[in-house]
Design a protein around this ligand. Structure first.
Ligand code: FE2
Length: 374
């Protein structure tokens, strides 16, 4: 018998309990059943019933099972049909277990024995499967490398056009990264840049960054990427008390110039109520003077040192050199980017811009739909 076969059921005053043929038991509260009935769900995902129109003490006048589960509601006599397949696949305990944090895959350098593949920009413009795979790499790995971009200023916008919109900031629609005199930002020097996330002083933070290399003829100047979620998970395993401090202590990030004064208070590691890591803001340069209770200060700095050192460890740090026409697109809430210092003789010129990952994920889901049978 299929696992979607109902063996028996029990209609309680407030809920329906189903025992399936495979021995599994699922509980469905009437309030939830009425609120989430498939008949009230438009194809666009929007719910067509007002939850407040359903009485909290909703009960069933009758429940019958004959192929489908039919419920006649006590409050208005309406009858709703549910298929066993829908009930099984939406059972709450299944949803709960499938979305647990341990099912997500993060990476360290052992997952990339070779330099990750580079997606060719011209192919992305004509080949939906290549574009889908590139966007899936950003979703699953937090980054994708690209090659064969036109070697011209503002070519980076053409990549963003493939899936979404450029996010303007106080730096403009894009910014140049090259050595300048009197730099306002360490990025505009030739020094080594430790792994960091950009714009932690913004809320919402730009969730994607694209860096396009126009020239890189210097000695050094390699790019580095670290999966911040992986490092944070290992941090949680190796030093759980320190992880809790970093995930619960608020710090302030700020950037100020003649025409901008941006400030945001956040934890360095963000988690959701289930304990999933949902974001990293790590940028030592932007951290402001901050305050915690005196008895906690030493512990905070100890934990900060541990995590900051981990982010610089070779086991997490992917290193590669990008040349003219290459680019990297990455999740700015997950992946930390950095640069190995270089001699400033020779040319090194990058252009960067921001975008947001919701458009990327939306485009990816649409492409997955249209290429499923391709
Ligand atoms: Fe940066």
């Amino acid at each position: 018998m299929s696992k979607n076969t109902i063996k028996q059921y029990q209609a309680d005053p407030d809920k329906l309990v189903i025992e399936w043929a495979d021995g599994h038991t699922s509980t469905y509260h009437y309030m939830w059943l009425r609120d989430n009935a498939p008949e009230n769900r438009h194809a666009n995902g929007q719910k067509l019933i007002d939850t407040l129109s359903i009485p909290l003490d909703l009960t069933a006048k009758s429940v019958t099972v004959n192929g489908t589960v039919k419920i006649e509601w006590a409050n208005d006599g309406h009858v709703t049909d549910y298929t066993p397949e829908w009930l099984r696949s939406n059972a709450y305990e299944v949803v709960e277990s499938e979305s647990r944090r341990n099912t997500r895959k993060f990476w360290d350098i052992t997952d990339f024995p070779e330099t990750p593949p580079k997606y060719s920009y011209p192919q992305l413009t004509t080949d939906n499967i290549a574009l889908r795979d590139m966007l899936a790499s950003v979703r699953d790995n937090g980054f994708a490398l690209l090659k064969d971009l036109p070697n011209e200023s503002e070519a980076l916008f053409k990549v963003i056009d493939l899936f979404g919109y450029v996010r303007d900031t106080n730096y403009g629609p894009y910014f140049d990264v090259k050595v300048v005199t009197n730099p306002t930002n360490l990025a505009f020097t030739s020094a080594t840049l430790g792994g960091h996330t950009d714009n932690p002083y913004r809320h919402p933070v730009p969730t994607l960054q694209l860096l396009h290399v126009l020239s890189n003829n210097v000695e050094g100047g390699d790019s580095t990427l670290v999966d911040g979620y992986k490092a944070a998970e290992v941090f949680r395993e190796e030093a759980p008390d320190q992880f809790d401090i970093i995930a619960s202590t608020l710090v302030t990030f700020r950037f100020s110039s003649d025409d901008a004064d941006l400030s945001h208070e956040s934890t360095i590691i963000q988690t959701n109520p289930r304990g999933d890591i949902t974001g990293i803001r790590f940028n030592n340069r932007s951290m402001q003077t901050f305050y915690v209770a005196p008895e906690k200060m030493t512990d905070f700095y100890t934990a900060y040192h541990t995590f900051a050192h981990m982010l610089e460890e070779d086991r997490f740090k992917l290193k590669f050199k990008l040349g003219a026409g290459d680019a990297m697109l990455f999740d700015n809430q997950r992946v930390l980017h950095g640069r190995i210092g270089y001699k400033s003789s020779g040319d090194r010129h990058l252009q960067g811009c921001y975008a947001d990952i919701d458009s990327l994920l939306s485009k990816l889901r649409v492409l997955e739909r249209v290429t499923r049978d391709a």
